[in-house]
Design a protein around this ligand. Structure first.
Ligand code: DAH
Length: 335
């Protein structure tokens, strides 16, 4: 032991250690820092141990003074470290609470909502326009029988028109309706004229799937029966409807044939330089009215069948009917 070591020197050392340690402990940023400081100041090979190791050079009256002081300092520093540990915990908790605070007045981040399928909204737009003209909505069953789907519409057995509508039969008599025209018959059976109805619905045909055909598709049927209705009323109604739906697209009427109308026409609109058929229509054939016990000399009228897919495709520039049925959200979310 060196004889140069004096009590004053050790006291000074302890004082320096105390200041330095207290300073460092107060500034420590986390538990690991504190552990490092504990080892540095209070560990077996730490600064305090080193000072105590020098005590042997003191005389027996001086030793206990330094020993006691070193003990007090050790306890003080241990307490300081423990305090700092609990402070750090508290600070972390306060920070956590602040960061997790619920702001009940914050605006909602919103939920994704579903919306109408483009075929449904197109159907609704078509129906709305006719409702605006005074028509009432009627609906009929998708499972029909031969009478309503064919017979009452002037399409007897073996009539070639049955081939135009390749049919899904459920048994000899029951079938999936191939068009919405049977709703005309069901309505007129129940309601004596005058009538004005619009009948939206799903229809079925045994068509192979391609860009313009689907075995399930949608139509809107229109029927008006009154005294004195003639072709000019049909034309005026169709033109008013098309103008409301499409705006000013060019329209043409083409002579055609349907067993339940006479005369019959198909209506095309010009879109992207091409004529596209969007509906069939005509004056209700007197044979249909007679079959229902309605006198065709008193009552006349017109009917139309609109292809919903066609209207939707022209309106939105869709080139493939299959897009409507594949439930691809990237497609559906655009509408
Ligand atoms: N039912 C016909 C079809 O599906 C469309 C049709 C044409 C309906 C003329 C009518 C009409 O009401 O008058 O092909």
């Amino acid at each position: 032991m060196s004889n140069n070591v004096s009590i004053k020197q050790l006291n000074d050392d302890l004082e320096r250690l105390e200041k330095e340690a207290a300073n460092n402990i107060t500034l420590a940023g986390d538990k690991e820092d504190l552990e490092r400081l504990r080892i540095q100041f209070l560990g077996k090979k730490g600064r305090l141990s080193k000072i105590l190791g020098l005590m042997g050079a003191l005389n027996s009256s001086e030793r206990p003074i330094i020993g006691q002081r070193a003990n007090v300092l050790k306890n003080q520093l241990q307490e300081l470290i423990a305090d700092r540990v609990s402070n750090l915990k508290e600070e972390a908790l306060t920070e956590l609470i602040a960061s997790e605070k619920l702001d009940v007045t914050a605006p909602s981040s919103g939920r994704p909502f579903g919306h109408r399928h483009p075929l449904i909204s197109t159907t609704e737009q078509i129906v709305d326009i006719f409702c605006g003209l005074g028509y009432e909505v009627h609906e009929g069953p998708e499972i029909e029988n031969d009478f309503y789907n064919f017979e009452a519409l002037n399409i007897p057995e073996n009539h070639p028109a049955r081939d135009m509508q390749d049919t899904f039969y459920l048994d000899n008599d029951l079938l999936l309706r191939t068009h919405t025209s049977p709703v005309q018959i069901r309505c007129l059976e129940k309601t004596p004229p005058p009538v004005r109805i619009v009948a939206p619905g799903r229809v079925y045909r045994r068509d192979a799937v391609d860009a313009t055909h689907s075995p399930v598709f949608h139509q809107v049927e229109v029927l008006a029966i009154d005294k004195g209705l003639d072709f000019s009323h049909l034309r005026g109604t169709v033109m008013a409807f098309l103008k409301t739906f499409f705006g000013d697209l060019p329209v043409r009427f083409r002579a055609s044939y349907f067993p339940f109308t006479e005369p019959s026409v198909e209506v095309d609109v010009q879109w992207k330089g091409k004529w596209l058929e969007v509906m069939g229509c005509g004056m209700v054939d007197p044979a249909v009215l007679e079959g229902l016990g309605i006198d065709p000399d008193i009552w006349t009228g017109f009917a139309a069948g609109l292809g919903v897919e066609r209207f939707c495709m022209v309106r939105h520039g869709i080139d493939d009917i299959r897009r409507f049925y594949t439930s691809d959200l990237r497609f559906l979310e655009q509408f």
